[in-house]
Design a binder for this molecule. Structure first.
Ligand SMILES: *Cc1c(COP(=O)(O)O)cnc(C)c1O
Length: 385
């Protein structure tokens, strides 16, 4: 019944964990959920007010434009200038997306023909790989190893693969490893892409979730980036807006045009009311962004202190709301995840769910209140690992 493409998708690894989680919930167990990549804090009220007002205006009840409202694209471009010092043309170098996941999943349809290669990181957000497979492309993994700071080693990509590759996905600050990238790394990627005629897509969804004032750069800050690439970003994590579905792509005009052609045939754009809320988010009061950072920092420090004391190894993240921790040697990531869930009522994500190079790690999300994180640490302590 299902297409070969659908059947060829990597197996859903979380089924047994979902099942165990359901069992625990049904049994009334108080679960501490550090498994989801979804902010637990609400969208700021000025943004909701703008959304409600826009929803009442009949002008916004009709089909939106494919590429997004020009006012929203102007707000993105202003924000990129203010935050990164990057200049963009709102008409040609910015496009609204129905959440960045939508754009990430669709972009392979614009640039991959049957059998063309997409270079994807491993471990990674699963959408790069699956979008590529659904478009008929062939994903080739670039291992992200701890000894390389969870950056791909481009020199390891052989000549044949370089020739077959049409697109390379990178994602810094990184989900799930929480690694960040400096401009030198982006420069390497740009040179590699220019030499091999490969399109670069950086996913910068966590650009604003950073700690200790260490602001992650945009890929587009680096010289010649716009010749070869584009960057996905999203209001989801910055403004706690995952439920509204609003993101964007900025950068190379032809890349944006390509994704636009695909989307014009698939969807009819993001709702105007949500884009108007997005304008308020980008241009209005930014207090929530700083306050999110403070909240995640408190949680990060609390979790790290706890798990390090217990002998788990994890780097202190400079960005993202994840902690990527090594599991104790006698476990693999799935076994350890099940142990935490079964014996401590703590939900984490097994690293292997992000790709085979994620084996040996689990991802903690900082999406529960600090008291709950402390309670989680106490429960792990009681396991006497
Ligand atoms: C959360 C996340 C996104 C954002 O997804 P939206 O569709 O914009 O909500 C993109 N990339 C990564 C790696 C993420 O973790």
């Amino acid at each position: 019944m299902y297409s070969e493409k659908l059947r060829s998708l990597p197996p859903y690894l979380f089924a047994s964990i979902d099942e165990l989680k359901r069992e625990k919930l049904n049994a009334g167990i108080d679960l501490i959920d550090l498994g989801v990549g979804d902010p637990d804090m609400p969208t700021p009220s000025n943004v909701i007010d703008a959304l409600c007002e826009a929803a009442r205006d009949p002008k916004n009840h009709r089909y939106p434009s494919y590429e997004g409202m020009i006012e929203f694209r102007e707000a993105i471009v202003e924000w990129y200038k203010r935050r990164f010092g990057v200049s963009l043309d709102p008409e040609k170098e910015a496009m609204t997306l129905i959440g960045s996941k939508e754009g990430i999943a669709h972009i392979p349809f614009a640039f991959l023909d049957e059998g063309d290669v997409a270079l994807i990181p491993d471990p990674a957000y699963t959408v790069y790989r699956i979008g590529c497979i659904l478009a008929g492309g062939r994903p080739v993994e670039m291992p992200l190893l701890e000894e390389n700071g969870f950056k791909p080693d481009l020199e390891m990509i052989d000549e044949k693969t370089r020739k077959e590759a049409k697109i390379i996905f990178i994602n810094y600050p990184n989900n799930p490893t929480a690694a960040t990238a400096e401009k030198e790394f982006y420069k390497e990627v740009i040179d590699f892409a220019a030499e091999n005629e490969i399109i670069v897509c950086n996913d910068n969804a966590y650009s604003e979730i950073y700690y200790d004032g260490q602001k992650p750069p945009s890929f587009l800050e680096v010289k010649n980036a716009k010749e070869v690439g584009a960057e996905f970003n999203s209001l989801s994590k910055i403004y706690n807006m995952t439920g509204w579905r609003i993101g964007f792509l900025v950068g190379n005009e032809d890349i944006i045009k390509g994704l636009g052609m695909v989307k014009a045939n698939i969807d009819s754009g993001a709702s105007n009311a949500v884009q108007i809320a997005g304008i308020e988010a980008l241009r209005g009061d930014q207090t929530c962004v700083e306050s999110n950072r403070r909240t995640y920092k408190e949680r990060r420090d609390s979790l790290l202190k706890g798990i390090e004391y217990l002998g788990l190894k994890a780097d202190k993240p400079k960005a993202t709301f994840y902690v990527w921790a090594r599991v104790p040697e006698e476990y693999d990531s799935m076994k350890f995840t099940k142990l935490l869930l079964d014996k401590a009522g703590i939900v984490v994500t097994p690293g292997v769910g992000f790709g085979r190079y994620g084996e040996g790690y689990v991802r903690f999300s900082l999406t529960e209140k600090v008291e709950r994180i402390e309670e989680g640490v106490r429960r792990i302590e009681a396991l006497n690992l």
